[in-house]
Design a protein around this ligand. Structure first.
Ligand code: ARG
Length: 570
């Protein structure tokens, strides 16, 4: 059990003896480390229940607490906080346990859940835009963290491979296709077709009918149009796959919208039959009369002309997932503008009897330096492929300067890790709901809360180990002995690793993991300045080397849970 958990258990026991619900005992790291290492507000919560003075309740709780083997001091502060300053020996013991633990103190959940994570989900014949970038990075990190904690995770890329855009694409394919461009940059060529047909339609409104007819033919299963559609989807997939490969992201399933096509008609009919849906002005809707938010916002599932909608597909998808995986939760990682859509889908799902925990994991926008939605200079969506290439190129320029001695191949490999890591981290370090300004300079900086800063801390530790080996110093791990204040602070932060991941997953907030890792790297640097490692000797040197080694392990694992790699040198 972790130190924090151990303290919490003892506080719970003490609460019990003063007649209070033991679940009120919550121990957290101290907000002000001058007063202690951990704190609890249990006395304040209990005082409310007991209608007593919180400081008196704190004293009562303390009287029942047996902590000689764990704490140097316990104090009551402020309105009734209890602060614990832990014994150095207890920290040493605990950090040694974490060092020997293959999972560095991360305990898996007792009751694993089946969680479906629906993320990335770009649209075929349209480039992935920054919204898809955030979904991709965030969804992947959540999947990694949930798996690391022992949950059964199914990642599903719900791509938009069936929509009105295909009328334009098919018309364009038949009349305007540039085969060479299609071969070289398929997504860009498909988007060009889409845009060009759009423009033509504006000039010649009569064309709209012809284009719409291509769509209707596709929907009716016309062989030629289906063939074009299939090729367009396959080509787009190939390019998406290349980007996912670059980002080191995989999906268990890629059941796009088209997969649910045949289910839509029967689903709507059944919902009508079951009186969950009703006909309103020729369309089919699900109404939510009891809901203050949705009573004026019914969920439209079939248009007057018989066409189905985004929500219809999502309801069919929901039914399919329920049947196939019996999930405990489904997380939809999609931008905040889709909030109403998901509220309607979730409410409809509940009407259909779905009890699964459905969550819209929303996020804000990425802004350009002008604080408006990020766009290219010509006003188009920034496309993911181009963005990643630029990240790698910019990182390469930095690496060339810093590591002139390395081979070209090594430089490129390091640049890839740094460039991609920088983009991912810049996104994940923000609270997901805030809009943030995309800044190359900031994200590639080696100072501050950035991926390069964290990767650099890891690299520094690795280079200490290489140097030790070169000097014939033993790098074998030994029991760590905490003596200096900087060692103590670093060790305490290492011990928090086991706690932080659970908190991250509760609210789906990887930014808390970023913050944790930043603080870890920061405390490592302080330790590094205050406590010479290779210049010290004997047991002290071995202990410090070991402590640095555990720090490196936690940094590496933590970054990997954000989908970020570490180079061995940089
Ligand atoms: N393709 C959609 C878009 O680009 C996102 C799909 C999200 N997932 C879902 N099940 N609706 O906006």
């Amino acid at each position: 059990m972790s130190l924090q958990a151990e303290l919490q258990q003892r506080v719970a026991a003490a609460l019990c003896s003063v007649g209070i619900e033991e679940s009120l005992a919550v121990v957290t790291p101290a907000t002000d480390t001058r007063f202690g290492d951990f704190q609890t507000n249990a006395a304040m919560v209990a005082a409310k229940v007991l209608k007593k003075n919180p400081r008196e309740v704190a004293a009562e709780i303390l009287a029942h607490l047996k902590l000689e083997d764990l704490c140097q001091t316990t104090t009551i502060a402020g309105a009734g906080f209890i602060n614990f300053k832990v014994l150095d020996i207890a920290i040493s013991c605990e950090v040694n346990r974490v060092r020997e633990d293959a999972r560095n103190g991360v305990v898996q959940v007792e009751k694993p859940k089946t969680i479906i994570i629906d993320f990335s989900s770009p649209n075929v014949a349209k480039p992935m835009h920054v919204g898809h970038i955030r979904s991709t990075i965030l969804g992947d990190s959540l999947a990694r963290i949930a798996r690391h904690l022992g949950h059964r995770v199914i990642t599903d890329n719900h791509i938009g491979d069936w929509g009105t855009q295909f009328g334009k694409v098919i018309y364009g394919w038949k009349h305007l296709l540039n085969e060479e461009a299609l071969e070289q940059t398929p997504i860009a060529e498909l988007v060009r077709l889409y845009r060009e047909v759009n423009e033509l339609e504006e000039k010649d409104p009569a064309l709209k009918e012809t284009v719409r007819h291509e769509l209707v033919k596709l929907q009716r299963g016309d062989a030629e149009n289906l063939g074009i559609w299939k090729q367009a989807v396959a080509l787009s997939w190939k390019e998406f796959e290349r980007l996912y490969g670059l980002l080191d992201i995989t999906f268990d399933e890629r059941l796009g919208e088209s997969f649910y096509n045949d289910a839509l008609g029967p689903l709507v009919d059944r919902l009508l039959e079951e009186k969950i849906a009703e006909i309103s002005q020729g369309a089919v809707c699900i109404f939510f009369p009891g809901s203050p938010e949705l009573q004026e916002k019914p969920c439209l599932i079939r248009k007057g002309d018989g066409g189905f909608l985004y929500a219809t597909t999502d309801l069919a998808t929901l039914e399919y997932r329920e049947m196939r995986w019996k999930p405990d939760a489904i997380w939809y990682v999609t931008g905040a503008p889709q909030q109403l859509h998901f509220e309607q889908v979730f409410a409809s799902g509940r009407r259909m009897g779905v009890v699964t925990d459905l969550r819209h994991i929303a996020f804000g926008s990425i802004l350009g330096e002008d604080r408006k939605m990020m766009k290219t200079r010509s006003g188009e969506n920034v496309e993911l492929g181009g963005l990643l290439n630029e990240a790698i190129e910019r990182a390469l320029a930095v690496v060339e300067e810093k590591n002139a001695e390395l081979s070209r191949g090594e430089q490129e490999e390091i640049a890839r890790i740094i460039g991609l890591g920088a983009v991912k981290y810049a996104d994940l370090m923000q609270h997901r709901l805030t809009d943030y300004v995309f800044s190359w300079e900031k994200m590639l900086s080696f100072q501050g809360n950035t991926a390069p800063y964290l990767q650099n801390a890891y690299v520094r530790i690795r280079s200490i180990f290489r140097k030790a080996e070169a000097e014939g110093i033993s790098v074998e791990a030994v029991p760590i002995v905490i003596a200096d204040a900087a060692e103590r602070a670093l060790a305490l932060q290492i011990l928090q690793f086991g706690e932080v991941l659970h908190t991250v997953l509760e609210d789906q907030r990887p930014n808390l993991l970023c913050l944790y890792l930043y603080e870890l790297a920061d405390r490592f640097h302080r330790f590094y300045e205050a406590c010479p490692i290779l210049k010290s000797e004997g047991g002290v040197r071995s202990s410090r080397l070991t402590l640095a080694g555990v720090t490196a392990e936690v940094l590496k694992t933590g970054l990997s849970l954000l989908g970020i790699g570490v180079p061995e040198r940089m």
